[in-house]
Design a protein around this ligand. Structure first.
Ligand code: 4AD
Length: 456
C-alpha cells in the first residue's frame, strides 16, 4: 500500500499544495456542521495529522469517524492552524472497521488499565512516545560503542553457569522431575543438555572471554532473573547492556559508564524533542531541565563506607536499618542520590560478602572494586566492577563460597593465559528508560512485561 509516513508530512514544508496518501488509525473524530475532522496516527509521529472532510465532497465518511478504525486517505496538504500541516481529504478508504467496544475510547486511560491490554496500548500517545524513546536510546547505545571501537557480541541466553552466583536462574528443561530418578544428578543427566541449564542472568562471563580476545566488547540483549521481587523496577526478563573492557581498571569502567549515559541522553534530547516535551508535561514536570542538568555536571563518586556514614548521620528513619556490611536498599540509594548529592552518583568498593565472586578484591581484604550508579527517582541503574584477574585469588573466593569450580573451567582459564586487568558494567535498559521518561513503573517501558506471577 503506497503511502507517506505522517512524520514526513509534518517535516516536509514543501508538500503544501501537493497531493499525498497517508494511512493510520483514527485517534479522535469530530463531526461539525459543514466539515468532519479526523485525527489520524500511523505510529511514526507522536503528533496526529488532522484530516478535514468537506461534507459536500460526497466522501462516505461515517465509518471513518469510528475510533480505532484504520484508514487510507488521499488528499491535499494544506497549512492549518499555527502553520501545522493538515490534509483536505479527496478520498477515504476504511481498511479495517472498528466497533464501539474498542477499549481505547477515552482521551486518557490510567496506566494500570492500559497494562491489561499490552496488544493495544502501543496506540496511545504515552506508549507511542515510550517506544520511540526506547528505540532511539537503543540505537544511541549501539552508536556510542561502535564509535569507540567496541565489538558488539551476542552471548548465549541458555547457560550452564549462574553468572551472579545468586541462584536466581530460571531452569531450562525438557523433562519434568520425577521420583523415577535416583537423584538430582541422574535427572539432569537425562535432561536435554545432560546437565543443569538455565536462562542467563547476565552475559558477563562470556563477555569477559570475548574481551580477552577483542579488547573492548559489549552485549545488548535480554537477561532473566527469577527473583521474587514484585516491585516497580524488577522484570523477570529485562534488556541488559554489558560492556567489558580489557586493560582497564575501575576508574576507566566508571568513566565509560558516565560518558555513555551522558552521550545517549544528549542524543535522546536532540532526537526526540516532542516526546520529551510530552513526558515533561504529563509525567514529570521539569524532566528536560533535570536531564540537561545531569549531563552538564560530573556525576558524584562516593565509597560504600562513606555512603554508610552519610546514611547513619542522616537522622532519617529508614525501614531497613543501616550498618556497614548491609546491602543498600532503594530507600538508601535514593537518599544518597536525591538528598545528599542531588544528582547521579557512583557508589564504589562494597563489602565483598554482598557482591559477586568475580569482583576484584581490594588490598583491605574487606571490600571489592565494585561500582553501582544510583540516580534520583529510580535508584540503581548500573552495576559493575573491575574483575578479579588473579587465578589464585579467584579460586580461593569461589571455594570459600562453596561454588562448583568445574562449571567455570573456561572462565578460570582466562586467568591463566595472559590475564589482564579488566572490568565492565551492566546497565538495566528499562531502568534507564524509566529515568529519562519519568515513568514510575518498569512495566510501562517495555511492550510485554514479564514479572513474577504475570505473563500473557
Ligand atoms: O547489578 P547487576 O546484577 O549486575 C550484573 O548482572 C553484572 N553481571 C553486570 C556486569 O558487570 N556486566 O545488574 C546490572 C543492572 C542493574 O543495575 C539493573 O539496572 C539491571 O541490570 N537489573 C534489572 N533490571 C530490571 N529487572 C531486574 N530484575 C533487574 N536486575 C538487574
Amino acid at each position: 500500500m503506497k503511502h507517506m509516513d505522517i512524520k514526513e508530512v509534518f517535516a516536509r514544508k514543501e508538500l503544501a499544495g501537493e497531493k499525498v496518501t497517508v494511512c493510520g488509525w483514527v485517534r479522535t473524530a469530530r463531526n461539525s456542521k459543514n466539515v468532519a475532522f479526523i485525527e489520524l496516527n500511523d505510529g511514526t509521529s507522536l503528533k496526529h495529522i488532522q484530516i478535514v472532510v468537506d461534507k459536500e465532497s460526497g466522501i462516505d465518511f461515517e465509518d471513518a469517524l469510528k475510533l480505532g478504525s484504520s484508514l487510507k486517505v488521499e488528499g491535499t496538504v494544506v497549512e492549518g492552524r499555527n502553520g501545522v500541516p493538515e490534509i483536505n481529504a479527496q478520498s477515504i478508504t476504511v481498511i479495517g472497521t472498528c466497533p464501539a467496544e474498542y477499549p481505547l475510547q477515552k482521551k486518557r486511560h490510567t496506566l494500570e488499565f492500559l497494562r491489561t491490554m499490552p496488544h493495544l496500548r502501543g496506540r496511545t500517545n504515552t506508549f507511542n512516545a515510550v517506544m520511540r524513546v526506547r528505540s532511539v536510546l537503543a540505537q544511541a547505545i549501539h552508536n556510542y560503542f561502535k564509535d569507540r571501537n567496541f565489538v558488539y557480541v551476542n552471548t548465549p541466553l541458555i547457560t550452564g553457569s549462574d553468572c551472579e552466583g545468586a541462584g536466581e536462574m530460571f531452569q531450562v528443561t525438557t523433562i519434568g522431575y520425577s521420583t523415577e530418578y535416583k537423584n538430582e544428578q541422574e535427572y539432569y543427566e537425562n535432561d536435554f543438555f545432560g546437565k543443569r541449564a538455565g536462562l542467563s542472568v547476565s552475559g558477563q562471563l562470556e563477555g569477559e572471554m570475548a574481551a580477552m580476545a577483542m579488547g573492548k566488547i559489549y552485549t545488548f540483549g535480554p537477561s532473566f532473573r527469577a527473583e521474587n521481587s514484585n516491585t516497580p523496577k524488577h522484570l523477570a526478563e529485562f534488556w541488559h547492556v554489558e560492556p567489558e573492557i580489557a586493560f582497564a581498571e575501575l576508574p576507566e569502567v566508571i568513566e565509560t559508564a558516565e560518558d555513555m549515559i551522558k552521550t545517549v541522553i544528549r542524543t535522546l534530547l536532540d532526537t526526540c524533542p516532542n516526546e520529551m516535551k510530552f513526558f515533561d508535561e504529563h509525567f514529570e514536570k521539569g524532566l528536560i531541565d533535570r536531564l540537561e542538568e545531569l549531563i552538564s555536571h560530573e556525576f558524584g563518586v562516593v565509597t560504600y563506607t562513606e555512603a554508610i556514614k552519610l546514611l547513619k548521620e542522616s537522622g532519617e528513619n529508614f525501614v531497613y536499618p543501616v550498618e556497614w556490611g548491609c546491602d543498600l536498599q532503594t530507600e538508601h540509594e535514593r537518599y544518597i542520590s536525591e538528598k545528599v548529592f542531588k544528582k547521579a552518583v557512583f557508589v564504589t568498593d562494597y563489602p565483598k560478602e554482598i557482591k559477586s565472586f568475580y569482583m576484584k578484591q581490594n588490598p583491605d581484604g574487606k571490600t571489592v572494586a565494585a561500582v553501582d550508579l544510583l540516580v534520583p527517582g529510580v535508584g540503581e541503574i548500573i552495576g559493575g566492577s573491575e574483575r578479579e584477574a588473579d587465578y589464585d585469588k579467584l579460586v580461593a573466593t569461589m571455594k570459600e563460597r562453596g561454588m562448583n569450580l568445574d562449571l567455570y573451567t573456561d572462565y578460570l582459564e582466562l586467568r591463566k593465559y595472559g590475564s589482564v586487568p579488566h572490568g565492565g558494567f551492566g546497565l538495566g535498559f528499562e531502568r534507564l528508560i524509566m529515568y529519562v521518561t519519568g515513568m514510575q513503573n518498569i512495566r510501562d517501558v517495555i511492550l510485554f512485561p514479564r514479572t513474577v506471577g504475570s505473563i500473557r
